[in-house]
Design a protein. Structure first.
Length: 577
């Protein structure tokens, strides 16, 4: 065994965030520099993965030494093995955290991040899931996400969205290591486990999630993988905790549990009556849970705006129409889903991102298929169908579980044939192709004025003040009861439960790019209420109501409706006063 070979992975993974940090800090606008640096690092990793795959494919000596070194992890003792994994995790966590901090410090996180932090703040201080950004008395009208409440006490340590981002990043960083342990536990081979680790780390879906906004469902895959690992280790209480967190994260989780029920029914064969009954019970419970969660959502009058049937307009005008079509002409429904064949491109990306190991699994594919089915049936133009943004979190947990099972099955066969080291070469080659399509989490040339003035402006606004702010500034300021994101005039979220704010924070870019009707209405409102400019700093403007703080008899900012646009009211005149 070569100890230095074992040390390559943790040293490289821990060095990456340090290199990016040191290189980025050479520029005072380090979040822009980090975009260039991170892209270069991804390119290095891509070519490095290709090179490693080529060397292992062509050199039997390299294959032998690499496999011997990795297999040595099984001989160094459990404690040392865990130290190796912990060091690797620290590197991955550091890399993801650096990217998230650059997004946060560079004001590149949209209003979903602020909405999550605002909900957590309101639950912590008022015991409700109110979302002032979306103008909802309860966010359950949008998604079934009570899990936000469980993490809200973190805001007591630091009233910042970044505290919640920290937890989300830790969950994301842990996922590849859950895959490693799932493979290692079944195959008893660190080489096989490393294949799962590298395919997970390089997965384009993993890089999508590394740049996703703060949202409860982003942790869904982590809860699933650790729940499965705990269940396989027969740690039933721990498994129940993770599965409960899944159910509290988003209303699509019951689809995964329905797939788990099918897995439990089929895995023991067709003759095991107990397995069939237990699996059927899980399927029934999953269906009932989905109905309960949807009933909770629809119990809120505002939920009609958030049912998202637009994602499935390609199938029919309503769910009832789709069911009718499925009963009357199932082949026509199937044709709408699979034709043209480009509709199956997301499925192809799922398959090749795992090196096609997921198709070699047995019944473990069922939870993945059930979870991915809504995405594959959705409108091909939607991000939901394309599995972009935060949507990979809905399905990569089951996908990676199937991948882990497929790795175990193929590795056992390859080892008997003496080909196991070739699977390492295959994993590195697939990893290179994965990284070639990796999402770029950071934006170039973005929000320079916010980067310079944002922290100074935020320091001027009291924590208990009600606020309107430009969308990309809200993530810094969401730890308050009442905040609104200045958005398009036709967005009902801004106008719903609108209030007179103590402060308004916006930038000159918003003045130029905002919908003219909204801009004119806001200008008329500023004139009517006689808002005063507090400060202008690097292109951002802070204005304050002359009678702030404003509160009604219930301690809330007074409700209002924007006045209609007024011809002749110049927005520039209002903020220049």
């Amino acid at each position: 065994m070569d100890p230095w070979l074992l040390a390559i992975a943790p040293i490289a993974l821990c060095a990456l965030p340090l290199i990016e940090l040191a290189w980025s800090l050479q520029d005072t606008w380090f979040t822009h520099k980090a975009f260039l640096v991170h892209n270069a690092v991804l390119d290095w990793l891509m070519w490095g993965s290709f090179a490693a795959g080529a060397v292992l494919a062509l050199s039997s000596r390299a294959r032998r030494r690499t496999e011997e070194a990795l297999e040595g992890l099984g001989d160094i003792g459990t404690t040392t093995h865990l130290i190796w994994l912990t060091a690797c995790f620290a590197g991955v966590f550091g890399e993801l955290l650096f990217i998230k901090y650059c997004q946060y410090r560079g004001f590149q996180l949209p209003q979903d991040t602020a909405a999550t932090a605002n909900i957590a703040y309101n639950f912590l201080h008022h015991g409700t899931l109110e979302s002032s950004i979306f103008g909802l008395p309860s966010y359950l009208a949008v998604h079934f996400m009570p899990v936000i409440a469980l993490f809200s006490p973190l805001l007591l340590l630091w009233n910042s969205a970044f505290m919640l981002i920290l937890v989300q990043t830790a969950c994301l960083a842990s996922m590849p290591f859950a895959v490693y342990l799932l493979v290692y536990r079944s195959a008893r081979s660190p080489s096989a486990a490393f294949i799962g680790l590298w395919l997970s780390l390089s997965s384009p879906f993993f890089t999508y999630l590394s740049g996703a906004s703060l949202a409860a469902q982003v942790c869904l895959a982590a809860f699933f993988l650790w729940g499965i690992l705990a269940a396989e280790a027969r740690r039933w209480l721990l498994a129940a905790v993770f599965f409960l967190l899944m159910l509290l994260s988003v209303e699509q989780a019951p689809f995964t549990f329905f797939g788990l029920g099918l897995y439990l029914a089929f895995r023991s064969g067709l003759r095991d009556r107990k397995a069939w009954l237990f699996g059927a019970g899980v399927c029934l419970a999953s269906a009932l849970l989905f109905l309960v969660e949807m009933k909770v959502i629809r119990s809120h009058p505002e939920s009609a705006e958030f049912l998202y049937w637009d994602n499935f307009k390609n199938l029919g005008d309503s769910a009832q129409a789709v069911v009718t079509l499925a009963l009357r002409a199932p082949w026509e429904l199937a044709a709408r889903v699979v034709w043209p064949l480009t509709n199956l491109e997301p499925l192809w990306r799922m398959l090749y991102s795992t090196g096609f190991f997921c198709v070699l699994a047995s019944w473990q594919t069922l939870p993945w298929i059930l979870t991915a089915l809504p995405n594959l049936m959705a409108d091909p133009a939607s991000a939901y169908h394309q599995v972009l943004l935060h949507y990979p979190a809905y399905l990569i947990g089951p996908l990676w579980w199937a991948m882990a099972a497929g790795i175990c099955a193929s590795f056992g066969f390859a080892r008997r044939k003496g080909w196991s080291a070739l699977l390492l070469a295959w994993a590195f080659l697939i990893g290179g192709f994965n990284l070639r399509g990796a999402a770029r989490a950071l934006a170039p040339n973005s929000m320079r004025s916010y980067f310079e003035s944002g922290p100074r402006m935020a320091a001027r606004i009291p924590e208990d003040a009600s606020l309107w702010a430009s969308e990309y500034m809200t993530a810094w300021l969401a730890g308050r009861s009442h905040i609104k994101s200045l958005t398009r005039a036709d967005d009902p979220a801004f106008r719903r439960r609108l209030f007179v704010p103590d402060y308004i924070l916006f930038d000159k870019i918003w003045i130029l790019q905002a919908d003219p009707a909204l801009r004119s209405s806001v200008a008329a409102f500023l004139k009517n209420e006689r808002y005063l400019k507090v400060v202008e700093d690097a292109g951002t403007v802070l204005m304050k109501h002359p009678r702030a703080p404003l509160r009604d008899e219930n301690g809330r900012p007074p409700p209002m409706a924007l006045p209609p646009p007024r011809p002749g009211v110049d927005f520039n005149v209002q903020w220049k006063k």
